[in-house]
Design a protein around this ligand. Structure first.
Ligand code: S3P
Length: 448
């Protein structure tokens, strides 16, 4: 549990071929939303395949604090008895969202148009992250926010007593901000409009429609114009959470760089707002077959057969692809280190305000592993050393960031010398079975 427990050092050693089936857990974004939208519907929402990572457990706890009845019945099987749009009660205590930017930003949006006050906090990573990007648009609804300097947590949000609907053009490509505005718009009368220049993950829009809200998405010259009609009566749903493509990225990329590997990663989302990494890997020469395309839990998915790819080539990642692979740049930069030539990642400054400054964390760790990198505010460039070419032999700092921890452990599975991370415990926020799943495929991971 990130920020709650002791640091857990972990070391990855050069591993034999990875073989087998990598069944990754449920999607984190969809799991948060299933609980939050369930809390906004009157009656019982049933969720299967819920990710039981710490981030989502913190959101479940928060929904209880706002008055919803959230119950776990079996692994991944949960019910939410919601309070209805505008039905949140005032929590009796501070809401601790742990490590989760998605949790805190979506919940702030959800409560901001109800006449209640809530105080939010999180772990040392979340307390560094900017909240102004959500509290600015929430103030247009009539909510007020009082936080630390720079719009940091802890922060108290005073919900609007008489909310007004809002028309808001997103200044950053952020599904979290888009979702916070839409969730706030649920309890505002009239139509709330969000305009996004670049498409970001669309799970909130899909789920709002599924729960019976009136929502229209128009593709225009200014981008997607999303219009939500406020004060709907949301109907409880059965939500089957598909597997998380961002988690699937780790076994997939490990198999590409560990010699002799051949694995199957079933049910990986092909949603165009999430699949940027997979397009990029194919362009780099990755041997990935997309088998059995179908729909699962309302998302297009395919089973990925992934083989060791000794001839990966560095590429320039198209900048406009960034929102559809924003969480995958850390692991892509590891794959890039095992490719021939240079991989250029531009337009990625959002990485600086994730669970850690991911440009800095990856640059420092890769350098320590013997890889040449260049960076500026908005760019990361990795000079690849080819298959098996990364020296390794470093301990990398993970800065309370699950994706940095998993990325360097994958690096260690293919590097010449073992790679350690100072703290693997943040992995529990998004991929609690990472260690068992990867060792089950043949990865050599040691605690300590
Ligand atoms: C998420 C959106 C992304 C992503 C995060 C999950 C979501 O953040 O990095 O892990 O569930 O909406 P931004 O929308 O701020 O880019």
């Amino acid at each position: 549990m990130s920020g709650h427990g002791e640091a857990q050092p972990m070391t990855a050693r050069k591993s034999g071929p990875l073989k087998g089936v990598a069944e990754v857990p449920g999607d984190k974004s969809i799991s948060h939303r299933a609980l939050i939208f369930g809390a906004m519907a009157v009656g019982e929402t049933r969720v299967t395949g819920l990710l039981e990572g710490q981030d989502v457990l913190d959101t479940a706890k928060a929904m209880r604090a706002f008055g919803a009845d959230v119950t776990r019945h079996a692994p991944g099987v949960w019910t939410v008895n919601g309070v209805g749009v505008g039905g949140f009660r005032e929590p009796a205590d501070v809401i601790d969202c742990g490590n989760s930017g998605t949790g805190v930003r979506l919940i702030m949006g959800t409560m901001a148009t109800s006449p209640i006050t809530a105080t939010f906090t999180g772990d040392a990573s979340l307390r560094k992250r900017p909240m102004g990007r959500v509290t600015d648009p929430l103030s247009l609804f009539g909510a007020r926010a009082y936080g630390r300097q720079g719009g940091r947590l802890p922060m108290t949000v005073v919900g609007a007593v008489d909310p007004v609907p809002v028309r808001y053009a997103l200044p950053v490509a952020s599904a979290q901000v888009k979702s916070a505005v839409l969730l706030a718009g649920l309890n505002a009368p009239g139509q709330t409009v969000v305009i996004e220049k670049e498409p970001t993950r669309d799970h909130s829009e899909r789920m709002l429609l599924g729960f019976g809200a009136e929502l229209v998405v128009e593709k225009t010259a200014e981008g997607n114009v999303i219009t939500l009609t406020g004060r709907p009566e949301l109907r409880p749903q059965t939500v089957a959470v598909p597997r998380d493509p961002s988690s699937a990225a780790f076994p997939t990329c490990a198999a590409l760089i560990v010699e002799g590997s051949d694995i199957l990663v079933p049910g990986v989302s092909q949603n165009l707002t999430r699949n940027g990494l997979y397009l990029t890997l194919v362009e780099m020469g990755a041997q990935i077959e997309f088998q059995n395309p179908r729909e699962e839990g309302g998302e297009p998915v395919a089973d990925l057969r992934v083989k060791f790819s000794p001839n990966l080539k560095g590429i320039e990642v198209p900048e406009e692809r960034a929102p559809s692979m924003i969480d995958e740049y850390p692991i892509l930069s590891v794959v890039a280190a095992f490719a021939e030539g240079t991989t250029v990642m531009r337009g990625v400054k959002e990485l600086r305000v994730k669970e850690s400054d991911r440009i800095d964390a990856m640059a420092r760790g890769l350098e320590a592993c013997g890889v040449r990198v260049e960076e500026d505010e908005d760019t990361l460039i990795v000079h690849g050393l080819g298959a098996g070419g990364v020296p390794g032999g470093a301990t990398c700092a993970t800065h309370l960031d699950h994706r940095i921890a998993m990325s360097f452990l994958v690096c260690g599975m293919a590097a010449k010398t073992a790679v350690a991370v100072d703290d693997a415990s943040p992995i529990l926020t998004s991929f609690p079975i990472f260690e068992g799943l990867m060792t089950g495929l043949g990865a050599l991971l040691d605690r300590g």
